[in-house]
Design a protein around this ligand. Structure first.
Ligand SMILES: Cc1cc2nc3c(=O)[nH]c(=O)nc-3n(C[C@H](O)[C@H](O)[C@H](O)COP(=O)(O)OP(=O)(O)OC[C@H]3O[C@@H](n4cnc5c(N)ncnc54)[C@H](O)[C@@H]3O)c2cc1C
Length: 382
C-alpha cells in the first residue's frame, strides 16, 4: 500500500494553500459581509487552470484526476467553504459535459468552462422535490419541429444567476417509463433563453457570496440538440455525477473540522480561566483530541474514495459513507469549537462563528445525512 503523494500533487497542494491564504481568505471575509460573488478571485483561480481541473487538455482544461482535485479541495475548504463550493458545482457540471456531451456540445461549452469565462450550475431540486428527486414536476415536451418546451420551477440552485452563469444543466420529466415512473432527462439551458427566468437570490445563513436562487421555466424553448446524455437517463446520470460531489462534501467536512481545530486550539491556549489556559483542562483536551482524530480519519477515507473514483471503480457506497461521516463530524467539531469559545463564538467577528454557520449546511446539500444512511443500508442488503 502506497500512501505517498506524487511530487506534482504535493506541489499542487502547496499552490492551492498559498492561493487560498493570499487571495481567498480576504475575499471570504468580504463575501460573508457583502454577499457578493468573488469575480476577481474566480478569474485568478481560473487563470491557474483550476476551473478546468478535470477537463481534458484538448478542451483547454488541466486534465487532472479526482484524487488530485480532492487534495486541492481540502486546502481550499480549510480557508473558504464558500469558494470551494462555488468551484465544486462548476467542476461537477463541467464533468457532466465531459462524460455525457456530444462532440459539438463539448466544443461549444468546455473551453468556456475551462477558462472560467462561464460558470456551471446544476438544477435538480424543486419546491416539492428535494430528497425525492424523482418526484420532480418540471416537464419537457417535444413540439412538431423537435424543439423542447420546458415548464416548471427549480429552487436553491447554486451558481445559477451570476454575470458569468451559463449552460445550466437542468433535469426535467420527459415522459413515463414502465407506465408509472417518470422518465427524466438532462437539458442544457443557455442564459437568455426565452421563457427562462432567474428568481431572487436567497438570503442564507452562510455561503454568502455564492449565488443560490429559484429558476422559473415558462414555455422555455430549447433546440432539439439540447439533451445532455441519453433521453430518460437523466436521473441516473445526475446521481453518477453526485458520487464525486459527495466525496467533496465529506472532504469539506474534514477541512472544516481541521479549521475548527486550529481556531479552538489557538483560543484554548490563550484564554485563561481559574488561573489556567483552557487547553489545560482535560474536558477541553478531549474535544481537541476528537477534532484532530476526526480530521485525519475523514481525510484518509476521502482519499481512498477519491482514489476509487479516479480508477473508474464503483464508489457509490464509499462516497455516501465519506459524506455521512465527514459532514456529521464537522457539525460536531463546529459545535465543540464554538463551545470552547464561550460567549465570544456568538460574535460574528470570530472565525468560529462562520465555521459554525457553514457546518450546518454540509449535512443537507448533495443528499442529506438520512439519504446517505438509506443508501448505505441498501448496500448492506436492507
Ligand atoms: C445552500 C443550498 C444550495 C443548494 N444547491 C443546489 C443546487 O445547486 N442544485 C440542486 O439541484 N439542489 C441544490 N440544493 C438543494 C439540496 O440538494 C436539497 O436541499 C437537499 O437535497 C434536501 O432537500 P430538501 O431541502 O427539499 O429537504 P427534504 O427532502 O424535504 O428533507 C427534509 C428532511 O427530511 C428527511 N428525509 C427526507 N426523506 C427521507 C426519508 N426517506 N427517510 C428519512 N428521512 C428523510 C431529510 O433527510 C431532511 O432531514 C441546495 C440547497 C441549499 C440549502
Amino acid at each position: 500500500m502506497d500512501f505517498e503523494l506524487s511530487s506534482e500533487q504535493v506541489e499542487l497542494q502547496r499552490m492551492v494553500r498559498d492561493f487560498a491564504q493570499r487571495e481567498v481568505a480576504v475575499a471570504q471575509e468580504q463575501m460573508d459581509r457583502d454577499h457578493e460573488f468573488p469575480y476577481d478571485v474566480w478569474k485568478k483561480w481560473s487563470d491557474l487552470g483550476m476551473a478546468g481541473i478535470l477537463i481534458p487538455p484538448e478542451y483547454g482544461g488541466s486534465g487532472l484526476d479526482s484524487l488530485t482535485y480532492i487534495l486541492a479541495m481540502e486546502e481550499m475548504g480549510a480557508v473558504s467553504q464558500t469558494f470551494a463550493l462555488i468551484w465544486q458545482v462548476h467542476v461537477m457540471v463541467a464533468n457532466m459535459y465531459v462524460h455525457l456531451g456530444t462532440q459539438a456540445q463539448k466544443e461549444k461549452w468546455l473551453p468556456n468552462f475551462a477558462s472560467g469565462a462561464k460558470l456551471g450550475a446544476f438544477a435538480l431540486t424543486e419546491p416539492g422535490a428535494g430528497s425525492d428527486a424523482a418526484g420532480l414536476r418540471t416537464k419537457a415536451v417535444r413540439d412538431a419541429k423537435g424543439e423542447w418546451i420546458i415548464n416548471g420551477n427549480k429552487i436553491f440552485i447554486s451558481n445559477a444567476g451570476t454575470k458569468i452563469s451559463d449552460g445550466t444543466v437542468l433535469m426535467a420529466a420527459t415522459g413515463e417509463q414502465d407506465g408509472r415512473r417518470k422518465s427524466i432527462s438532462c437539458f442544457i439551458i443557455p442564459m437568455g433563453t426565452p421563457g427562462y427566468t432567474l428568481g431572487q437570490s436567497f438570503d442564507k445563513m452562510a455561503w454568502h457570496g455564492m449565488d443560490n436562487r429559484e429558476l422559473v421555466l415558462e414555455d422555455c424553448r430549447v433546440p432539439s440538440d439540447s439533451l445532455l446524455g441519453k433521453e430518460g437517463a437523466g436521473l441516473r446520470q445526475a446521481l453518477a455525477g453526485l458520487n464525486l460531489g459527495r466525496i467533496v462534501f465529506g472532504t469539506l467536512g474534514g477541512a472544516l473540522t481541521r479549521a475548527c481545530l486550529e481556531e479552538a486550539l489557538n483560543y484554548a491556549k490563550e484564554r485563561k480561566q481559574f488561573g489556567r489556559a483552557l487547553s489545560e483542562f482535560q474536558l477541553t483536551q478531549a474535544k481537541l483530541a476528537d477534532m484532530a482524530t476526526h480530521a485525519e480519519g475523514i481525510r484518509r477515507f476521502a482519499h481512498y474514495a477519491a482514489w476509487l473514483h479516479a480508477q473508474g471503480q464503483d464508489c457509490h457506497t464509499e462516497a455516501a459513507m465519506v459524506k455521512l461521516m465527514g459532514t456529521r463530524l464537522a457539525v460536531q467539531a463546529a459545535t465543540d469549537a464554538y463551545q470552547i469559545h464561550g460567549g465570544y463564538g456568538f460574535m460574528r467577528e470570530y472565525r468560529v462563528n462562520r465555521l459554525y454557520r457553514e457546518a450546518q449546511i454540509l449535512e443537507i446539500g448533495e443528499g442529506t445525512t438520512e439519504i446517505q444512511q438509506l443508501l448505505i443500508a441498501r448496500s448492506l442488503g436492507c
